[in-house]
Design a protein around this ligand. Structure first.
Ligand code: AP5
Length: 217
């Protein structure tokens, strides 16, 4: 399956993508994760991306589209993938349609995680990420046994630079302006399904899996 997860920052895309992709045995491709890996390795792409990420803005479309084109050309994505955080603008969505169309394939489904901004602010403010295995934690909703230490791998937990209050506010503004129009874009293609992303993680996962089952039947 070729899937996209869309939703505001902190909606739970990364959390859900992990489970859905492994259940379907398809790669999870997160543009945010790829940018962060480049930032920590200090690559030219990372140096460029960091300027935009730290300010809560989007990395320019051309840079992002080229990066995704390269990633989708890798062997593991040939038969399906779950995109988390891409596309994020209408030009990115158009470029993705074209990329896939050139290969004679198309997206199957776009799942929109629907959740109020008040809730995503709580989720982002308390998020902690593992330096080691990258697992996502939350100081209130998904606490590790020992503060600051990942239960999975023992790695240190850290707070993302873009999870500061002023950057969160800008990311939400950018989402409304640049990314929310994708709902209409994919709605018009008949590919959009809304998932209620409130409540416990497992409930959201169950709704996402149900949407996938309904699509398949
Ligand atoms: P990216 O990493 O994609 O960030 P984002 O879209 O802002 O999304 P987040 O990762 O912040 O949130 P999420 O929805 O994955 O939530 P999570 O599962 O972590 O992008 C970062 C930056 O990179 C962008 O700002 C931009 O600069 C750049 N970029 C990336 N893609 C780009 C593109 N296509 N074009 C241009 N620029 C791009 O959950 C959040 C927290 O909530 C966690 O602590 C989790 O434990 C908790 N949680 C999750 N679900 C629940 C639940 N149901 N109940 C309670 N808590 C929950």
């Amino acid at each position: 399956m070729r899937l996209v997860l869309v939703g505001p920052p902190g909606a739970g895309k990364g959390t859900q993508a992990e489970f859905v992709a492994s259940t379907l045995s398809i790669p999870k491709i997160s543009t945010g994760d790829i940018f962060r890996a480049n930032v920590s390795q200090g690559t030219p792409l990372g140096i460029e991306a960091k300027r935009y990420m730290d300010a809560g803005g989007l990395v320019p479309d051309e840079v992002t589209i080229n990066m995704v084109r390269g990633r989708l050309a890798e062997a593991d994505a040939a038969d399906g993938f779950l995109l988390d955080g891409f596309p994020r603008t209408v030009p990115q969505a158009e470029a993705l349609d074209k990329m896939l169309g050139d290969e004679g394939v198309a997206l199957d489904l776009v799942m929109e995680l629907v959740v109020e901004f008040d809730e995503v602010i709580r989720r982002l403010s308390g998020r902690r990420n593992c330096h080691g295995c990258k697992k996502i934690w939350h100081v209130e909703f998904d606490r590790p046994t020992k503060d600051g230490v990942c239960d999975n791998c023992g790695g240190d937990l850290y707070q993302r630079d873009d999870d500061k209050p002023e950057t969160i506010a800008e990311r939400l503004r950018v989402y409304e302006r640049d990314t929310a129009p994708l709902v209409d874009y994919y709605g018009a293609q008949g590919k959009l399904v809304g998932i209620d992303a409130t409540g416990p993680v497992e409930d959201v996962t169950a709704r996402a899996m149900e949407a996938l089952r309904s699509f398949g039947s």
